[in-house]
Structure formats: structure tokens, C-alpha cells
Write a protein that binds this ligand. Sequence first.
Ligand SMILES: NC(=O)c1ccc[n+]([C@@H]2O[C@H](COP(=O)([O-])OP(=O)(O)OC[C@H]3O[C@@H](n4cnc5c(N)ncnc54)[C@H](OP(=O)(O)O)[C@@H]3O)[C@@H](O)[C@H]2O)c1
Ligand SMILES: *[C@@H]1O[C@H](CO)[C@@H](O)[C@H](O)[C@H]1NC(C)=O
Ligand SMILES: *[C@@H]1O[C@H](CO)[C@@H](O)[C@H](O)[C@H]1NC(C)=O
Length: 343
Amino acid sequence: MKRFLVKLVLGSFLWPFAQVLSRLLVCLSATPQLLYRLSHSDVIAQLCGRNLFRAPWASDVRLEGKTVLITGANTGIGKEAAADLATRGAKVIMACRDMEKAQVAIKEVKDRSLNENVVCMKLDLADTKSIREFAQAINEGESKLNILINNAGVMVCPYSKTADGFEMQIGVNHMGHFLLTYLLLDLLKRSSPARIVTVSSMAHSWGSINLDDINSERAYDKNKAYAQSKLANVLFTRSLAKRLQGTGVTAYSLHPGVVQTDLWRHLNGPQRFVMKIVSPFTKTSAQGARTTIYCAVEPALDQESGGYYSDCAAANCSAAGKDDELAQKLWELSCRMLNITWD
Ligand SMILES: NC(=O)c1ccc[n+]([C@@H]2O[C@H](COP(=O)([O-])OP(=O)(O)OC[C@H]3O[C@@H](n4cnc5c(N)ncnc54)[C@H](OP(=O)(O)O)[C@@H]3O)[C@@H](O)[C@H]2O)c1
Ligand SMILES: *[C@@H]1O[C@H](CO)[C@@H](O)[C@H](O)[C@H]1NC(C)=O
Ligand SMILES: *[C@@H]1O[C@H](CO)[C@@H](O)[C@H](O)[C@H]1NC(C)=O
């Protein structure tokens, strides 16, 4: 009896530790890539897209007379980018799917930037009908578009499909922005010099493009589907840059860092636990928006196009991200799925 009690007390005391330990083991075994990265020296810079030893990038570039469009601008990185670019004097169009959230965000952006020239418009990237209506309104209502920021994104959500039957992550993160860019391209060209900035992620380097089952209909791994969509962002930017040579429109993709935003809403217990551990090294939304802003305004990038950036500097994307054959196949597949001709 006494021994049993000792066991019980010890057991209940050790239980939380055992739980933490087992969770940690689950996390570690679930992320061999993370371990691989940990074995490399620049772990913090790699993992969190953050160089603690370099002064943060800053620029006083002004944007009076320029028009900027940001998708998913009601929260997170997109809202911070909107506030910064509005402070520089640009007209900012915040493209959001939820107009109630957008109204709150627009007020904040106006207050912070002291710029009244900020508008929000309805865009649901999970529905090509909404994308087409939105693009038509922009093409009819705006005389120019100088900076397009493809920022909106969903991460590791449960399996679901867009209105057109695309798996949600590839559908919103890639297909939606592919179509949007296509529909706004003439306006961008007429407004040149213009830039197209697409927010990818270092998660692209864990991904591949499943050309035979891009919608994950046969098997869905939410992590792989996110990585696939972010690799698609890198490949799209690369292909786009080639097609835009000589037009004065340039393209950039980027990793914003590991940023504390609503993006983590679908994470499971162990993943949240890992996030807690790395949180001292993660970025705030404002810090996370820096590389987006850098790609949107930095004059040194005027002659660059098609590259991948992290922590306000050029960075190396994965080998798959430089695969031109894969990029071309993805391009053709995207056109077929969207019923568009874009050579
Ligand atoms: N946070 C990070 O650590 C991190 C790391 C790497 C890359 N990124 C990338 O950074 C970008 C911005 O993410 P975030 O961290 O700022 O996340 P966030 O706070 O969740 O913001 C994402 C935005 O996308 C919008 N959105 C989602 N689905 C949409 C749809 N169908 N149509 C239109 N808008 C939609 C969201 O609108 P609602 O508010 O209505 O949902 C929200 O405004 C994403 O592309 C993400 O992949 C983030
Ligand atoms: C990319 O990788 C190559 C080869 O490892 C290296 O020489 C180059 O400096 C890297 N570029 C950047 C921008 O990190
Ligand atoms: C593409 O065309 C097919 C056949 O007409 C149609 O079923 C599908 O809904 C279309 N998809 C989009 C995204 O327009």
C-alpha cells in the first residue's frame, strides 16, 4: 500500500514532465528537416529568417502618386505592410475576404499612416468568380497599379476545397494569386516601373510539386500541401520574371521569417509547443513585413527580377525552386486549371 502511494505521488508529479518529453519527442521525430537545419550553424537565421547581427534594413523611399495593392491585408504581415506603404504616401488598396475585419484594419492603417488614401475591396482568393470581379473593378476603377503584393495565405488547414475544386492551400496561395496577377498584368505593365511581390516561405524548401495530383485528392498531408503551395510561389515568380523581361515590371518572392500572426491558427498541439519554444527568436508582424516592404520599394532591386529574398537580402531558394522545367510544367498546369491562355 505504501509503495503504491509513493508510486502514485511520484507518478502524478512526473506526469507533466513525461507529457512534455513525449510531446517533444513527437515534434522532433515529426520534423527531421528541423533537425537537419539545427545541425547547421546559422540556425536562427535559417529557421526564423532573422539575422541578429545585422542592422535592420530601413529606407526613406516615398511613394506619393503610386498605387499599391495587398491581398490579405486585414491582419498580420499584410496589414503591417499596408501601414508602412501608406506612411510612404502611396494609395493602398487592401484586398480582403472579410469586409468587417477589413473595416477595422483600414481604420488602424489610416490612423497609423495619417494617410486617408486607403481603401479596402472584397477579394476571396478561394473563388475565381470573386477574383475576376475584383480584378474587373480594379481595371475599371484604377488608372495605375505600381506594386502588387500577393500576401494572403492559409497554412496547414484541414482538407477543404475552393469554389473551383482546388485544394485550399494550393488554391488560395498559388492559383488565386496566379489568376489575380494574370488579370492585372496589363495595368501593371502600363504603370511600369512596377513590381509584383509574392510572399512565399522557407517551407517551400520542404516541398515538391505533385503534378499528377496537385489537389492532393489521393492523399492529403497538410504540411506537404502548404510546402507545395509555397514552392509554387517561388516557381511562379521565377517564370513570371522571364515573361516580363523588358516590360519594366519585376517580380520577387520572399520568406518573411517566422512571424507571430494568425497564420498559426491551424497548428496542432505539438506544433504549438515548438512555436512556444522558438518564440523568442520569432518576429513580430511589423518585423515580418520588412522583407515584403524591401522587395516592394528598395531601389537596389530595380534591375533584379525573379529572385528569392529573406531578411531584407537576396537568399537561396531550394534546388526545386530553381528548376525551370518544373516551373514551366506548373505554369502550364495552372493555366489549364484556370482555363486561361498565358504564354
Ligand atoms: N507567419 C509566418 O510565420 C509566415 C512564415 C512564412 C510565410 N508566411 C506567409 O506570409 C503570408 C501572410 O501570412 P500571415 O503570417 O500574415 O498570416 P495571417 O495573419 O493569417 O494573414 C493571412 C491573410 O490572408 C487572408 N486570407 C486567407 N484566405 C484568404 C482567401 N481565401 N481570400 C483572401 N484572403 C485570404 C487572411 O484573411 P482572414 O483574416 O479573413 O482569414 C489574412 O488576411 C502568407 O502567405 C504566409 O504563407 C508567414
Ligand atoms: C547561394 O549559395 C551559393 C552556393 O552555396 C553561395 O555561393 C551564394 O553566396 C549563396 N547566395 C546567397 C544570396 O546566399
Ligand atoms: C474550366 O472549364 C471547365 C470546362 O468548361 C469547367 O468545368 C471549370 O469549372 C472551369 N474552371 C475554371 C476555374 O474556370
